[in-house]
Design a protein around this ligand. Structure first.
Ligand code: AOS
Ligand code: ZN
Ligand code: ZN
Length: 388
């Protein structure tokens, strides 16, 4: 039997980090649909994030993206966050929106461009010092489009050199989280295409370098929970970029395309102590809400992660282990499916009531009046958006 009070305690202490860019406008390369009331600067993004936290009680951390969240005083931004019960989380670098990076950033053949790219990463660590952020999250668009375009091994050498310089600049309590992605924008080779490449670089760099699993960055059919279990065993899972995909890097709401996959991932996390704060797994969202209202979509995403986590925590691990040791394939599978098929919404409603918030986060947000308030107040100025 599972101890329900321990399940509730784990759900109450889980922290889900929301990305500043999810509050701004986004779209595909075909069209960005502008929405009314969207934030015009990082401060207003934090105001929206505070609404998500108020409704859910478990989303007090916000990832920033440099330069999309450019400001001249990051310490002031951090103070503004604290005044709203928030903290600033991972600092995401941007080495993909500058003409200089057409043939790569840290893997570019031109040493001057490599220098510029590394300087940006070092600047991101300076920003972490000012915001009190612990994580530098690195995603690189570097790669090639055509066979023969550049040398695969030489590009890895350039990567290793750049990462080592940035790693050496990290403070005691700062980490480097290295994300991988199968393809896009590069279509032939990507310099960090999979967890193995990321893991190999992180292993060489040292303890403060860990892998980020973006759930949308794999080939169809990839067993992501296996990667998660393996990385946890090796103490190299730094965190997640949660989102859902049907085809490629769709960045849809986590848990919307395949809630069972999310459950399987969270089962490995829960079983392998990944929910314990000391394990250091960051539960970040990395999503774009192109056609749906942004704040309620982020609230829904947080709830989806919570539901998968609750089901994972309900797995009767003693019964599972007994069935596994007995070689009882059907029983072991049944134990897992029992947890997955449990309706955990009443349990989460109880958890929220015990936290002193509304048991229904979506209804609470609707009733708050925030959606109409931002439409009437945020007029004029440039709306923030992906790339703005
Ligand atoms: C890109 O595909 C990656 O998922 C990045 O993590 C992220 O979406 C981008 O860097 C915005 O910060
Ligand atoms: Zn990502
Ligand atoms: Zn992505």
């Amino acid at each position: 039997m599972t101890d329900l009070s321990a399940v509730k305690a784990a759900l109450k202490s889980q922290r889900i980090e929301t990305p500043s860019w999810a509050y701004g406008n986004s779209g595909t390369r075909f069209k960005v649909f502008r929405q009314e009331g969207v934030p015009r600067n990082p401060y207003e993004k934090l105001d929206d994030a505070a609404q998500v936290h108020a409704a859910t009680g478990v989303a007090p951390i916000v990832s920033l993206h440099i330069p999309w969240d450019l400001t001249d005083d990051y310490a002031a931004l951090s103070t503004y966050a604290k005044e709203r019960g928030l903290t600033l989380g991972a600092i995401n670098s941007n080495l993909f929106q500058d003409d200089d990076y057409k043939l790569g950033s840290v893997a570019n053949a031109d040493p001057a461009i490599r220098r510029k790219a590394v300087d940006h990463l070092l600047e991101c660590v300076d920003i972490m010092d000012a915001t009190g952020s612990h994580d530098l999250k690195l995603w690189f668009a570097d790669g090639t489009n055509y066979p023969g375009q550049d040398d695969i091994v030489t590009r890895q050498d350039r990567f290793a050199e750049a990462l080592a310089e940035v790693y050496a600049r990290l403070g005691e309590d700062q980490r480097m989280l290295l994300e991988y992605k199968l393809f896009e924008p590069a279509f032939y080779t990507t310099d960090v295409p999979d967890w193995g490449t990321s893991y190999a670089h992180c292993l060489k760099l040292g303890e403060k370098a860990q892998v980020v699993v973006d759930t949308g960055h794999h080939a169809p059919g990839t067993n992501i929970e296996f990667i998660v279990a393996f990385l946890l065993r090796e103490k190299k899972l730094g965190g997640f970029d949660f989102n859902s995909r049907f085809y490629a890097d769709d960045d849809l709401m986590v848990g919307s395309a395949d809630p069972f996959q999310l459950f399987r991932i969270m089962h490995e996390v829960a079983k392998n102590n990944g929910l314990a704060p000391e394990t250091g797994v960051a539960f970040m969202l990395d999503q774009c809400h192109n056609i749906e209202a942004k704040i309620p979509a982020i609230i829904r995403s947080v709830m989806n992660v919570q539901e998968a986590t609750a089901k994972a925590l309900l797995v009767d691990l003693n019964a599972l282990r007994a069935a596994q040791l007995a070689g009882d394939v059907l029983e072991a599978n049944a134990v897992l499916m029992d947890a997955y098929n449990t309706d955990v919404r009443p349990l989460l409603a109880e958890v929220r009531t015990e936290l002193g918030i509304d048991p229904d986060p979506m209804a609470a947000y609707r009733a708050s009046g925030w959606a109409s308030r931002i439409v009437s107040e945020r007029v004029g100025g440039e709306q923030a958006g992906w790339g703005a």
